[in-house]
Design a protein around this ligand. Structure first.
Ligand code: LLP
Length: 424
């Protein structure tokens, strides 16, 4: 479900025509829909039965201030993986007591910041992190609430590069070590050990791996409790997938999230534990599009390239994960327009700067606007200035109004970040 639809032949985000945003803000630009974000967050809470403050939105998916503020207002928590993300979440109005801190390589400085800020939970991923955290907290006369991220040795995901729960993946303490480490943590001065966590991968739409992993986690919880150790929290991570391939008209309901919620209830039934979730993509993926303009066409004997003004630096998913993003023209094609294959490419000097190959589309020409759909997650948050291009701007729509929540970088800002070496 989302709020990007054609009205009188023109594509709108809620009540704002995308052509207006293109004209006033320029392209490329990310456009997000508040109504879609709000709906996805509510649907997730309802399907899982989770309290909003135990749904820790994964900031890495989209850390835009407007997006975070919209979710903060709904009572959401935040899953963060760096000091920068913690700071951003707090700046958006998500209080520390709704923030969890994950990540395999947390530094001493980052852990100290997290402890001093008083965040809800640190998800510990290694034994050395456990020792470091305990020392940091006890030196400050504190006990930091923490859980162990366990590697359940069950991975899943839409692509090998986004699977995290395999034993070959770097994430989490090993399944075999979990109980020993938990026992240790329970006796450490700076740690208040609360439970366990897992995150097995991303873009998961088939739930058998989840079921297997969560069943293993349940087994650990029961074992720990049998050993007399208190376990009050179970953080199930993120990973629920979204439909990237859907044709207009878009009719995807909340079935996937409902099925996920049902599976979670089933696997955790009777466990009497506080459940936490870290969804990213499922909240924000379909709430955003990348609006871009065709600048040139290049006709070859065997194909036609449409060259657009966004590149892999703005949306890296196709180049990095062979990801599929639907492409919709901003002006709705007439019913009799004959679809033709196009290769849609960006301006970056790399052969991998390709958004789609042989994509069937209504005829298009330079000057036309198109959108890459389902670009709200891992789009702007993974963007860069590669090729010395300006960082892509972001816009948040709310009904009939919109705000530029990150303006396009200026060339002064781009060049101003560098410093001359004194000897030159
Ligand atoms: N929790 C942890 C510990 C994570 O590592 C992640 C994502 C999430 C939660 C949120 O997962 P989600 O619900 O969004 O699937 N850049 C890739 C996705 C990388 C996901 C990394 N971890 C992509 O564009 O597909």
């Amino acid at each position: 479900m989302h709020h990007f639809d054609y009205r009188n032949g023109s594509l709108f985000a809620e009540d704002v025509p995308l052509s207006r945003i293109a004209q006033e803000v320029g392209t490329p630009v990310y456009v997000y829909s508040s109504a879609t974000l709000e709906r996805h967050f509510r649907v997730f809470c309802e399907a899982t039965g989770a309290k909003p403050n135990h749904v820790f939105y994964a900031v890495k998916a989209n850390g835009n201030l407007g997006v975070l503020m919209t979710l903060a207002k709904l009572g959401a928590g935040a899953d963060t993986v760096s000091e920068g993300e913690i700071r951003k979440a707090i700046a958006a109005g998500i209080p520390p007591e709704r923030i969890v801190f994950s990540g395999v390589g947390k530094t001493e400085a980052e852990l100290a910041y997290a402890v001093e800020t008083g965040i809800y939970q640190v998800n510990i991923e290694t034994e050395s992190e456990l020792d470091m955290l305990s020392a940091i907290a006890s030196a400050r006369g504190k006990r930091q609430a923490a859980v162990f991220r366990v590697n359940p040795e069950v991975g899943s995901g839409g692509h090998a590069k986004i699977t995290t729960g395999d034993s070959a993946n770097k994430f989490g303490v090993s399944f075999q070590e979990a109980e020993r480490l938990y026992h240790r943590a329970a006796n450490m001065p700076g740690i208040s050990i609360q439970g366990i966590a897992a995150h097995i991968g991303s873009q998961i739409t088939e739930f058998s791996a989840y079921r297997a992993a969560f069943t293993k986690l349940r087994g650990i919880v029961e074992n720990l409790r049998r050993m007399g150790l208190p376990v009050s929290r179970l953080d199930l991570g993120g990973g629920v997938g979204v439909p990237y391939e859907m044709s207009y008209p878009y009719r995807h309901g909340p079935d996937t999230v409902q099925a996920y919620g049902d599976m979670v209830r089933e696997v955790t039934a009777g466990l009497d534990i506080e459940l936490g979730f870290e969804p990213g993509r499922v909240i924000v993926g379909n709430a955003g599009v990348l609006l871009t303009r065709i600048v040139h066409t290049n006709h070859r004997a065997d194909r036609t390239f449409l060259i657009v003004d966004s590149g892999m630096n703005d949306l890296v998913r196709p180049a990095m994960y062979e990801a599929y993003h639907e492409i919709w023209p901003v002006t709705e094609p007439s019913a009799d327009a004959k679809p033709t294959p196009f290769d849609i490419v960006g301006p970056i000097c790399e052969s991998s700067d390709v958004f789609a190959t042989g994509r069937m589309m209504a005829p298009a020409k330079p000057g036309d606007l198109i959108v890459f759909k389902t670009a709200g997650a891992y789009g702007a948050s993974m963007s860069s200035t590669y090729n010395q291009r300006l960082l892509v701007p972001e816009v948040l729509v709310n009904g009939a109004e919109y705000a530029v929540t990150r303006p396009r970088q200026t060339y002064e800002e781009l060049l101003g970040t560098d410093r001359k070496p004194p000897w030159l």
